[in-house]
Design a protein around this ligand. Sequence first.
Ligand SMILES: [Zn+2]
Ligand SMILES: [Zn+2]
Length: 242
Amino acid sequence: MRYYYDLHIHTALSPCGDNDMTPNNVVNMSLLKGLDIIAVTDHNSVQNAGAVAEAGRKNGLIVVFGMEIETAEEVHVVALFPDRESAYGVQEIIYRHMNGIKNREDIFGEQRILDGQDELQGRVDQLLITAVSLMIEEVFQIVTEAGGVCIPAHVDRDSHSILSNLGMIPEDLAVSNIEISKNCDRVTFLGANPGLERYGVLRSSDAHYLWDISERENYIETERQIKDAGDVVELLKKPLNG
Ligand SMILES: [Zn+2]
Ligand SMILES: [Zn+2]
């Protein structure tokens, strides 16, 4: 079976995410696009993922709790979790390793916490788009121990990517899949970057606006039935195209 996905979507919780990225808008747009699975990946926080999951549940959309963690090396890593508990456990550790800078809404934008009906519940005070004081190895270890999986984000980009910032993917890092950007061509990219063939390649939108959410074009092909986020995370622990 083919499951169409977009595993990198921001909500209004990310300061750079549009305020229209509410739980119900994200779910409805994903359904309009014909997606089966999405992941909510705000910067360093999972606080809106539960609301999106609630909105998704009513419509049969699988919503994965995720977080785009910025490591001490300023590498963006998409962390995906099998359930709410594991996600919140890791968020607690991430929050303890933030640098304490307060958000300035006039500069960075609002960090809105919403519920399943898109009602404003509050705002996160500390600035979420900063590097945490955890090295990439530590982030991988914390997420893996919680039962989640890490995917280096937008590896084709010139900044905030594992290739731009570290120059390579460290051998001992438990990477199975890497993410390329929405407009990156997989074949061209792999041709220009030999050595990455052993990784599965996912392509997600990194949507900050509703219209950025992926079309029905990227899919996971599997004989197993995917019922929930736990199944998605389990599959992503191995290279998808491998
Ligand atoms: Zn990023
Ligand atoms: Zn992102």
